[in-house]
Design a binder for this molecule. Structure first.
Ligand code: SF4
Length: 474
């Protein structure tokens, strides 16, 4: 997917004017928030679990090479093979070569954000394979030729009517003639089409929520069971994962699984949590003949040594998206690449470059809700500020904003002058807005007043009001 993150402002404006999208977002957002709140209220030890999860991830990041080597040894011992990919192109090359080796024609795929990151479907199709998404949300957006708009609910931006219309358009040749109105009718229709794809696929690709070093296992969580059918029915199973997904032990994985399900969907545990260890053994009733894990770096090793290391604790739960007022207003597509919301605003500039992704770091009021709900306590607002610092240091932001920041810095370092200037400004704005009590438009704040009124200041700064009180005034 070609990034359009630099066009965040235009993307967001379009999203805000799209009434259908706004309806879908309003319907979806609150559900995740409420379910998470109830699930956490029902687990008094949630904060302890959160601290434990963070400690596990910090320990892994401090010993990443050791645990990755251990993981590879145990995958090999179980009969599988690990492939290392530094870039998305390398990862796609490895996957397409494995599909070719397997003599594949049809490839089924479970949900994988790393798959989106490397654009694996485009690579498979360009190499002549039929790639079929099997997660319902991913299947819907594949038919719509759209990227996911949420990391755990990729089609959250679509209404039921839009999905029914898509199925009518794409399934007509496969015998769909009845109308699709209810959710069960839509789900049954997807099941009817996907069943045949599952049984006739030659290769199945899944992602991994965790990689377990001590056993060489990969773990996926789903609520549809599609991941299990994708992994076990074809002859070859390929797992796409990024380096930081490794954890030392099975116990460590269970701590993170408890955090993940509650933070993502408000469940105690997802409907299916599956551990895969190597290919089918002689006495196994089913399973693939070959098992491959493709481990992607794509800039993560660089993050490990820099100021964005905390971001590698992310377990892709989506809680920061669900609680973000910006994401809730504009949806995922406005972010212009694979990862949306606060986590995307941190990750995208690291993966596609600060020049391309710098608008995202500025699309935040730094309200801090994302950090408050993040199960891995990732300091997302501080990381966004670090992007802004780098943007300024590299002179990437426009002259006007640099000038404004320089003026602010000049004043902020001179408290007496700062108090004098803000005092004048407040008195002037207070006088100007006294009659109406608010501003409908204001030079230098046009973007703010275009969508909302700005209350007129009372005519004095907080410091002036405080000083007046100290001196016994009212
Ligand atoms: S940054 Fe935190 S809240 Fe956001 S997806 Fe990652 S783990 Fe979840």
């Amino acid at each position: 997917m070609k990034p359009t993150s630099h066009a965040f402002t235009d993307n967001a404006r379009r999203a805000l004017a799209d009434a259908v999208l706004q309806g879908a977002l309003a319907k979806a957002g609150g559900g995740f928030v409420d379910k998470r709140r109830l699930a956490i209220a029902a687990l008094p030890e949630f904060e302890d679990l959160r601290a434990e999860g963070r400690a596990i991830k910090d320990h892994v990041l401090a010993n990443l090479d050791r645990y990755l080597e251990r993981f590879e040894e145990n995958v090999t011992a179980a009969g599988g093979k690990v492939h290392w990919a530094e870039t998305p192109e390398e990862a796609c090359g490895i996957v397409t070569a494995l599909c070719r080796e397997a003599g594949a024609r049809r490839v089924t795929k479970g949900k994988s954000m790393v798959g989106e990151e490397i654009a694996i479907n485009d690579a498979l199709e360009a190499a002549g394979f039929e790639a079929v998404e099997t997660d319902l949300g991913e299947y819907i957006i594949q038919l719509a030729h759209e990227p996911p708009s949420h990391i755990i609910a990729p089609a959250v931006h679509k209404t039921r009517a839009q999905i029914a219309e898509l199925f009518q358009a794409h399934h007509h040749d496969a015998g769909l003639t009845r109308p699709l109105v209810t959710v069960p009718e839509i789900v049954d229709e997807a099941r009817r089409i996907l069943r045949d794809k599952f049984v006739s696929a030659d290769v199945g690709i899944t992602g991994a929520n965790f990689l377990i070093a001590e056993t060489g296992s990969t773990v996926i969580v789903t609520n549809e069971g599609n991941g299990d059918l994708t992994a076990t029915l074809p002859r070859v199973h390929i797992v796409l994962a990024s380096l930081e997904k490794v954890v030392p032990t099975l116990e460590d994985a269970t701590v993170l699984l408890r955090l993940l399900a509650r933070s993502a969907t408000g469940q105690e545990i997802t409907s299916y949590t599956t551990f895969f260890t190597g290919p089918r053994r002689p006495d196994d009733p089913d399973g693939p003949e070959a098992f491959h894990v493709v481990l992607l770096d794509n800039g993560r090793s660089g993050m490990l040594a820099g100021p964005f290391r905390d971001m590698l604790r992310c377990i892709r739960c989506g809680a920061c998206l669900n609680h973000c007022p910006v994401y809730s207003a504009v949806g995922g597509h406005a972010y212009g690449w694979v990862y949306p919301g606060p986590m995307g605003a941190v990750l995208t500039p690291l993966m596609v470059g600060l020049q391309e992704g710098r608008a995202l770091a500025n699309a935040s009021t730094l309200c801090g809700r994302c950090e408050a709900v993040c199960p891995m306590s990732i300091p997302l607002p501080s990381l966004l500020r670090e992007h802004r610092r780098q943007e300024f240091a590299q002179r990437l932001n426009p002259g006007r904003s640099r000038l404004a920041l320089a003026a602010w810095a000049f004043l902020a370092q001179r408290p007496r002058l700062y108090r004098m200037v803000t005092g004048w400004a407040m008195a002037w704005l207070g006088r100007l807005g006294r009659r109406r009590g608010r501003f409908r438009s204001l030079p230098l704040a046009a973007a703010w007043t275009a969508a909302r009124d700005l209350p007129a200041p009372q005519g004095e700064t907080f410091m002036q009001a405080w000083q007046r009180r100290q001196e016994g005034g009212r």
